[in-house]
Ligand binder design. Structure first.
Ligand SMILES: [Zn+2]
Length: 498
């Protein structure tokens, strides 16, 4: 690490003095080349071995709320401190335990009476708060009858609630975005309760127990069958009683955050990945791999006099609803958000049957969610250029809200990153591009006990760590093409206050 600084300063002394523009041959390019050389797959692997040992010593898991997570956070914090970083821990809340005191109630009270059966017709969304409301049901942007393949965006956009009458119970269809987005949008629109029903395609008809990790909506919420949802949607003036009687205990955990001593704090390059695993396993690919690569990069660049501040985040509670990143973004003022020029996310970068997937910042794939905030396309292009320089192909992956970039793009921060695939199935085209096996999941051990150190593809780990190093290094010196943001909301607030 020390040698990196000397080498870099030697490399950069002349350009620094001459303040050359940042481009090929500029500071960004020079630093990228040095950092990529310094960052080693073997070092990343050592961090993964340490995380595996932590899981082994703590019941096989590193999930939030377990000693395995706490030991992982201590490990990362220790390494960052030794590298010279000032490390902060941001406390976050999570539902530590949740249980139902009595079964939930869902009854149609008008225009006719009907009692739905808990367990078959509907289940309580974990961790729903308690509540007992009787109110008219209002459907929110429903797609009925459902389309042959999933398409409903019910409740995904705030605009879906434009005509929603506060105090009513929101009736929302599954589809497109995470449940948690629907729940929070409904709460913001003033819903007194929430019924989400399954979308209606074959295999998507029944309710099932699900922990959505979100309790802050503060309203009772249940997951119903398609049949129940469809019936309520087709009953004009339907009024229901919705009751949840549950015990929710909140615990605290920590995000681990460190930033470079050098660099302009008004221009922050943020690099994050989740440190927690699911309870079922040690989470070495998901997401030891992203965490370990970020940690190695942070160590190798600790003392480099970067132009823009680089902030590293190791999130808690991603696996139960993006809790760490969500509470982090929620804690920032508009001005603090604006200073984060880019957010780079790394969640699963060494899947055994990998593909090099880049978050589709420009929506060139035209699937799922729209393009990321302005600047996201440039992030994607920069990653593409790195793989291209090694004659490696890439494919796009949709911003589907399944990882910690979600809260960042939701507030307009351009984002990007790499993903090597989870439970999805590798296509024959991808097998031709990347090798591996078509018709098999990218990671057959996704969210299972077998996501161990044996579940890591060393080639992908090495290449992706280099790709991350390249991108972080370039943005650390050059944010050209990334639009500056100033808080329109904050400006409006000031105007209206004056
Ligand atoms: Zn993950």
């Amino acid at each position: 690490m020390r040698r990196l600084v000397i080498a870099l300063i030697a490399t950069l002394a002349l350009p620094l003095a001459m303040a050359v523009p940042a481009h090929a041959g500029g500071l960004d390019d020079a630093f990228a080349k040095v950092l990529v050389k310094k960052v080693k797959g073997a070092n990343v692997k050592k961090h993964l071995q340490a995380l595996q040992a932590i899981a082994d010593a703590n019941g096989g898991t590193r999930a939030i709320g377990t000693p395995g997570y706490d030991a992982s956070a201590a490990y990362v914090e220790g390494k960052l401190r030794r590298a010279g970083y000032k490390v902060t821990r941001q406390p976050i809340n999570f539902p530590e335990s949740w249980s139902e005191n009595t079964p939930p109630v869902l009854t149609l009270t008008a225009p006719t009476s009907k009692t739905y059966t808990p367990g078959t017709d509907f289940v309580t969304f974990e961790p729903s708060p308690s509540g007992d409301v009787t109110a008219q049901v209002q459907g929110v942007d429903l797609t009925l009858p459902p389309t042959p393949s999933p398409s409903s965006t019910s409740g995904c956009e705030e605009s879906d609630f434009a005509g929603f009458v506060a105090g009513r119970i929101a009736l929302i269809q599954r589809g497109t975005c995470p449940f948690v987005n629907k729940v929070m949008n409904a709460a913001r629109a003033g819903a007194s309760g929430l019924i989400v029903f399954n979308e209606g395609q074959p295999g998507r008809t029944d309710p099932y127990p699900l922990n959505i990790g979100e309790w802050r909506a503060g309203i009772p919420m249940v997951f119903a069958s398609f049949a129940v949802g469809n019936e309520l949607a087709n009953t004009p003036g339907a009024t229901v009683r919705l009751k949840v009687d549950a015990n929710l205990v909140l615990g605290t955990s920590d995000n681990v955050i460190a930033e470079t001593r050098f660099g302009d704090p008004r221009n922050v390059v943020m690099v994050g990945g989740h440190l927690d695993s699911v309870t079922a396993g040690p989470g070495i690919n998901d997401n030891g791999s992203g965490s370990a690569a970020i940690l190695e990069i942070a160590e190798e660049m600790a003392l480099v006099p970067v132009k823009n501040k680089v902030r590293f985040a190791f999130w808690a509670g991603e696996e139960i609803g993006l809790l760490g990143s969500d509470q982090y973004v929620a804690s920032l003022s508009e001005a603090q958000r604006d200073r984060i020029r880019v957010y780079l996310n790394f969640d699963m970068i060494a899947s055994p049957n990998y593909a090099y997937k880049l978050y589709d910042g420009d929506d060139s794939d035209g699937v799922g969610s729209p393009a990321g905030p302005p600047g996201s396309a440039q992030i994607e292009k920069q990653f593409e250029a790195f793989y291209g320089s090694r004659s490696l192909p890439t494919v796009g992956t949709d911003f589907d809200g399944r990882s910690d970039y979600g809260p960042f793009i939701a507030v307009g921060i351009p984002s990007g990153g790499i993903f090597t695939g989870a439970e999805g199935i590798k296509t024959p085209e991808e097998a031709a591009m990347f090798g591996g096996t078509a018709g098999v999941a990218y990671d057959e051990c996704y969210h299972q006990a077998c996501d161990t150190i044996a579940n890591i593809n060393d080639t992908a780990l090495d290449v992706d760590a280099d790709a991350i190093a390249d991108s972080v290094a370039r943005f650390a010196f050059n944010l050209r093409g990334i639009p500056a943001r100033t808080a329109p909301q904050a400006a409006a607030a000031t105007l209206s206050a004056s």
